[in-house]
Design a protein. Structure first.
Length: 58
């Protein structure tokens, strides 16, 4: 995979804090699709952080 750019995404932490993340976009050399590299603190397909998700579930 090689990096083809980045995009800015907002993430909500606990319903109050708003953070701006820069997500790297990479093109796969095998399937030619674009994949996004997410940090560990982000829950995929959800606009909240992992800590906020755990507080909601537990």
């Amino acid at each position: 995979m090689h990096v083809i750019g980045s995009r800015k995404r907002k993430i909500v932490n606990g319903g109050v804090d708003l953070h701006l993340l820069v997500i790297r976009r990479m093109r796969c050399s095998q399937c030619r699709k674009i994949h996004h590299e997410l940090p560990d603190c982000v829950v995929p397909l959800c606009g909240t952080s992992q800590n906020a998700w755990y507080k909601f579930v537990f």
